[in-house]
Design a protein around this ligand. Structure first.
Ligand code: FAD
Ligand code: AMP
Length: 475
């Protein structure tokens, strides 16, 4: 057996690489093992998030939004620029460059922090040992005082709809089309389905999204989901609810997709490309030897307690491979907390204040409980909303759609949730996370001076509206 480390991390996604850097910062001798191979065939750090998730999707969303704005809203500013064209190859190459820059950056951070980066597949054995199979097939066994499992997640496949990487794709394929599909089908109106549907819709595809559930964006606040449904429909996204897909067949260059509609009737649509975005599951295949001592829960996730300890001594698990929202920042915070606990400090993650963002146009963001969740739990609430249509900065930006809604406890006034749809709400939500972390009341937010003219005034006014004293609208 070789090399005794203080910490071995398996997985270098946003959970694992952050854990490794924090552990090294705290003086722990740390190695991070990752098996991801990039488009160029070389090992690439950063996991799903940097390579085929958060970052590349945001790069394409930005490019497609610029194209769409040039076609549809620049004229409102008096700008005309002839007939715009989109070179999909250039757009994808720009995305790849950003990915390369960021994944390479993790390598440099590892070096600077003295994290030993190991390219290969890790398997947890008993006794805090890890078997590493390098990409060239050589195998070695390492050991550490603590192991952190951060193996992430993989897309769920629908039985009978195997990904073929060209016609029926997962997120990896949908980030890399070389031309705009004429007809683009998406299964699942979740975050990934809506973001990828938006990208290709803006570039000219006819987009149909089939969603099994009867309600649109069921985990969002109902007011926000209603506005989102209206806006996406206006944009031409054809979102069919209550439609459960059960089969798809590639015939030549077409995909025939079979589903049962909301009335239970069998239906078929024909598309050129089909994205299956029905959720992701914990990636644990080949990760654990039979005697590793790590239990999985009924959903196949690694079972952890509130401090991310698994059932095996000194083995921890973080990020998408454990319970909780599958979001990069949740995994990163768990990584920091676990590294700090290993170093004898008091790391902790508050799962009740994890912000969610959907990077559509308009963006959707929220933190905490919805009004309905509070009501279902018998919590008395007061709410205050404020529309971006009454915000000067939003008018100047030509982006007046949407609102901020604050849910506060009716007796204590503590902020229990904030729900937004509108311009740059991915950034505005941060203030509300801070407020909730500091257990702020809506009055606290209302009494804080917000710069004028900014979008953040919508948060301020929504807080005032909880007490029916918004200034720039009739209460
Ligand atoms: P991962 O990022 O999945 O990393 C796990 C790593 O471990 C991978 O590199 C994997 O190859 C490696 N690995 C697994 N098993 C082994 C093993 N046995 N040995 C060695 N290596 C192994 N989240 C957001 O917060 N914001 C977004 O905007 C966002 N957009 C997304 C868009 C898309 C299209 C997708 C697919 C996801 C998006 N997500 C977003 C989710 C986000 O990507 C994940 O929540 C995040 O990547 C999880 O981080 P992780 O470190 O737990 O796992
Ligand atoms: P998310 O979990 O946010 O990635 O969203 C995935 C979405 O896919 C959920 O809203 C599911 O209801 C939906 N979904 C899952 N299976 C199917 C299916 N067979 N047909 C249509 N939608 C599905």
């Amino acid at each position: 057996m070789q090399a005794l480390y203080d910490v071995i991390v398996i997985g270098a996604g946003p959970a694992g690489y952050v854990a490794a850097i924090r552990a090294a910062q705290l003086g722990l001798k740390t190695a991070c093992i990752d098996d991801f191979v990039g488009k160029d065939g070389k090992p690439a750090l950063g996991g799903t998030c940097l390579n085929v998730g958060c970052i590349p999707s945001k790069a394409l969303l930005e490019s497609s939004q610029q194209f769409h704005a040039l076609q549809h809203s620049f004229k409102d500013h008096g700008i005309s620029a002839g007939e715009p064209t989109m070179d999909v190859g250039v757009m994808v190459a720009r995305k790849d460059k950003i990915v390369k820059q960021l994944t390479g950056g993790i390598g440099m951070l590892f070096k600077a922090n003295k994290v030993q980066s190991i390219a290969g597949r890790g398997k947890l054995l008993s006794g805090k040992r890890v078997e590493v199979t390098r990409h060239d097939g050589t195998v070695e066994t390492l050991s550490a005082s603590h192991i952190i499992l951060a193996s992430g997640s993989v897309p769920i496949q629908i039985p009978g709809l195997p990904f073929d990487g060209k016609h029926i794709v997962d997120n990896v394929g949908a980030l890399d089309f070389d031309v705009v599909p004429r007809r683009f089908g998406v299964i699942g109106a979740g975050v990934i389905g809506l973001e990828m549907g938006s990208v290709w819709k803006r570039l000219g595809a006819e987009v149909t999204i089939l969603e099994a559930l009867p309600d649109f964006l069921g985990s969002c606040d109902a007011d926000i989901a209603r506005i989102a449904a209206r806006e996406f429909k206006k944009q031409g996204l054809d979102i069919k609810l209550g439609c459960k897909v059960n089969a798809a067949e590639v015939r030549g260059e077409e995909v025939h997709v079979g589903y049962t509609d909301a009335k239970g009737e069998p239906q078929t649509i024909v598309v050129d490309r089909l994205l299956v975005a029905v959720g992701r599951r914990a990636h644990t295949r080949g990760l654990l030897a039979d005697d590793a001592g790590v239990s999985l829960n009924p959903r196949g996730q690694i079972e952890v307690d509130e401090h991310n300890r698994t059932s095996a001594d000194d083995v921890w698990a973080i990020g998408d491979c454990v319970r909780g929202p599958m979001l990069a920042h949740r995994g990163s915070e768990e990584g920091i907390a676990v590294a700090e606990r290993i170093a004898g400090k008091a790391g902790h993650v508050n799962l009740d204040t994890i912000p969610w963002v959907i990077y559509t146009e308009p963006e959707v963001a929220w933190v905490g409980k919805t009004e309905k969740e509070c009501k279902d739990a018998g919590i008395p609430v007061r709410t205050g909303s404020f529309p971006f249509a009454a915000i000067g900065r939003a008018m100047a930006m030509n982006e007046t759609c949407g609102q901020v809604k604050i849910v506060a406890h009716a007796d204590t006034d503590r902020v229990l949730g904030v729900h937004m749809i509108g311009p740059m709400v991915s950034e505005l939500i941060a203030e509300c996370v801070v407020a909730m972390e500091f257990q702020a009341s809506s009055e606290d937010l209302a009494r804080i001076c917000h710069a004028h003219p900014t979008l953040s005034e919508a948060v301020h006014e929504a807080a005032l509206a909880v007490d029916k004293r918004a200034i720039h609208r009739v209460n």
